[in-house]
Write a protein that binds this ligand. Sequence first.
Ligand code: C2E
Ligand code: MG
Ligand code: MG
Length: 700
Amino acid sequence: MEEKLPDFPDLSGNAYREPEGNREAQSFPFAGGKITPELIASIYDRLDTALWIFDIENKQYLWANRKTLEITDAASLEELCSRDLAADMSPSVEERLRQYHQDFCKHNSSFSEIWTIYPKGKPKVLQMKLSGIGLADGRTAMLCEAREHHEQQPETLRSAEALLHTTVMISLYSKDGTALYRNTAARAVCPAPDTSFHDHFVDRQDARKFLDLGGQDCATGVVARIRTTAGPRWHELTVRPCQDAVTGQPAYLVSEIDVTELHETKERAQYLASHDTLTGLSNRTYLQERLTQVLQTATERGQTATLYLVDLDDFKMVNDTLGHAAGDGLLQLVAEKLKQLAEPEDIVARLGGDEFLICHLEKPGLETSDWFGRGLLQAFSTPQMIDGKPKRVGISIGYTHFPQDGISIDHLMRHADLALYQAKTDPTNKCVRFRQQMKRLRDEHLAIKKDLERAIQVNEFMLNYQPFACTRNDRVIGAEALIRWHHPEKGLIHPNDFIPVAEETGLINQIGLWVSRHVAQMQARLAQMNYDVPISLNVSPSQLSDPHFLTHMQALPRETGCNPERISLELTESVLLGDVPNALDTLLLLKKAGYRIVIDDFGAGYSNLAYLHHYPIDGIKIDRVFMDDIAAGGAIVKLILSLANALGAEVIAEGVETVEQRAWLSENGCHRFQGYLYSKPVPEERFLSMLDTQMRIAAM
Ligand code: C2E
Ligand code: MG
Ligand code: MG
């Protein structure tokens, strides 16, 4: 140990101030003048104990008795007091003295320790008692009482020194947790000298766990959060049962090292490995572990857990059209919303891409309801701000209950996935619970998808035409092209049985190109034959976001000789809801290319009337569900007619099946209709012969 503590002088300076309470004792002389201050001073000099007062702040001896001068090899008290101790005091001794000073000032502590001092370079081992003492100037100095320790074995001396200087924090506690001893390092971080073992921990439960472990055996290498003078820190502790050397009572020897930096680095690495960096949610790796925990909690409490899979509708489109930064922003926004809706013990994870998982512990009584899923839908029912603009974010949810629908994580995941698949393909129900028959449906869908890919290659499609007629004279005034699939084994397949799969898989883009080219050719052919009837074709929302579709449509008049002004593009109301990125721009360009824009199935969806006038709309087709309304007065149809009138849009009533409906429409100013009353969709040749008949009758 090279550290040097103060070397010593002789007595004289009278810097010592008795504590307030002792003032009385200063009124000399005592015992009728027999005891004088000089006598008292001479007693200090006769003592075999070295006594001195040390000014920690100025690193100076203030006073010392004769024994001290002897120990410190000082010529006189003046010489001792004039020694410049600051010059060769090591930083660790300085730090320790500062610590003592604090302990004296704050806690009035005293310490017994073995010190080695080096007066004139020679080591002297001292048994020290250190305490605080108030100076006349109001400051606190250190009163040192020291005896030489000739009898100490070198081994003991070294171990005492080691205990004093080690950075390992060593403490001794009685069995009930009372602090018995702390070495310097332990004292330096302990907020108060009498801090018990339990109060040492940020979480008192940790103390209990330790004592339980340490009670039987040694608890080693356990990391816990500890209260220290520098705030909460992570310590690695070893607790070992022992006996207090003074009382012989059972005690605990605790050694600690500060591992905060290491622990935090490890935690950070663990966090990064288990969380998604973009959203901060748990990632797929961490999910298995978390799910196991939550399902176990549900089992223990007899609760239902619901596993939700949430998928964003048309996320690819957002990424493709608004850019990846907007896509990232949307994912973060969704993650934030999901976190807000979930309870603290629920799991919210990002599985990758635009797919999220929530595992929610249901409150008793709500086991089978889908209230949470509905809440999610509700949260996304209003437009969200993406890239600074309000946009509708469609979500689909599939869910399954534990333990009712399955007990293994693997099954639950697969079940929720099947339910999600259904939610994605069903525009009317976006929150779907798993049902056993879904597996069959999914297999069917997958089979259709494979089949469709083949059908596109060999072109098994054809178009039927359903005429539009005039309510007044029953003449054909146009037609809608409706796709049919001629399956080599299954026969004729109607669009409702394959268009949703084509839309979901993106195959609709290829199919749509074929349909539009065919319709363009048909229109050119009709014009050549002098049948001046406009033709409508259906365009799926995702086609509008396909840049290839726009250029293809712009090229068609040149390539086929069609007149775009006699071709109507039927779009569903979803394009008005902001669901389709860039819809308005694309529609304006299509309009510029000459095509007519018609809203199909009007009134069936969630019409956003407020936005209707922003779009270049030439016509509206009233959904066929409203034809039933006609018998009851047709209030809604009247409303749609007046709206269309205000917008200057043409109206066609769809699904007209009775003469009463046709008559009502005629009376109410709607002169275009489509429906089985006039004709079902018919093959091209049949449609052409209808036009031919009509032309011949007209010519008669
Ligand atoms: P849509 O565009 O609303 O077409 C009208 C549908 O109503 C047609 O069904 C038609 O046969 C049916 N319909 C017409 N009149 C009546 C009637 O009086 N009563 C009843 N009950 N139904 C009537 P279809 O041909 O099965 O087509 C269904 C849907 O498939 C279409 O609805 C359209 O959304 C879609 N679709 C058809 N062809 C295409 C296409 O080429 N591309 C795209 N993207 N979708 C298409
Ligand atoms: Mg249509
Ligand atoms: Mg329709």
